[in-house]
Design a protein. Sequence first.
Length: 101
Amino acid sequence: MMTRMIDSMCPSECHSRGYCFRIEGEPRCFCQAGFEGDVCQFIESTVATIEDTKHGWGVMDTLLLICICLVVIGFYCIFMGYRSRRKDPESSFELQIIEEA
């Protein structure tokens, strides 16, 4: 069982770089990102950079994709509206009446 302990109960209080838990009766430090060691006394040799932690697309990429989709949908709706007007029999009937007069 894992229970959070008061920091002063941990050795070296995890150097203020981690959290103290009791596991099977023994105090243990769980270090924050960038630190390691029994009491978080060492700086990790490789620290995650912003590029390493970036997952997926950024906000600008997502907004650009949404805009492109909206433009494509708009052109599709305009094309379908134009196409349906060309095939509408009433509009061709009106055109014939005007030509006969």
